[in-house]
Design a protein around this ligand. Structure first.
Ligand code: FES
Length: 171
């Protein structure tokens, strides 16, 4: 049974569908609009779009996962991005990503159950000399170390017991 939030999201998806002609060729523009409005593509929303356009759910999901522009989990109130471009990868960006994953108890691409934090990997953000780099709520920070990960999270009000529990439902 969808909760109130999902119900609200589905209403928004329905409104978006009403603004388009329901042809399979409109799948991407519709998904783009859903993403723009909801900041992600909820699973039920993708089902509804598929049903409305006569496209199997698996095909809608394939399109949504093929394009980087689409996110399948809701963004957190705090958005943490870890650069894994070549320079950052060479300088241990994957270690920084791993630190965030362990502290937050989510994998990259996921959001904590309380929707406070989302974690994602991004390609080069253009300041390779500062590798490894993170972008937290649009603020770029370089030369990040595992110890600094704790500092960043503390600065965002993260408490260890927040990490308990399951991650948001994956699509
Ligand atoms: S590779 Fe990370 S900023 Fe360029």
């Amino acid at each position: 049974m969808p909760d109130v939030e999902n119900h609200d999201e589905l209403r928004q998806v329905t409104e978006i569908l009403q603004r388009h002609s329901l042809e399979p060729g409109n799948l991407i523009p519709i998904l783009q609009e859903v993403q723009e409005e909801l900041q992600y593509l909820p699973r039920e929303g993708m089902r509804l779009v598929g049903r409305s356009l006569g496209i199997p759910e698996v095909d809608v999901y394939s399109v949504a996962t093929f394009y980087n522009q689409f996110r399948l989990n809701p963004p957190g109130r705090n958005q943490i991005k870890v650069c894994l471009g070549t320079a950052c990868h060479m300088m241990g960006g994957y270690i920084i990503l791993d630190c965030f994953e362990r502290r937050l108890n989510v994998h990259e691409g996921e959001t904590t159950p309380d929707r406070e934090f989302s974690l994602e990997r991004v390609a080069c953000v253009g300041c390779c000399t500062l590798a490894p780099v993170t972008v937290v709520n649009e603020k770029t920070e370089g030369k990040v170390t595992p110890t600094r990960v704790d500092g960043i999270l503390a600065g965002l009000g993260f408490k260890k017991d927040q990490a308990a529990g399951k991650v948001e439902a994956e699509v």
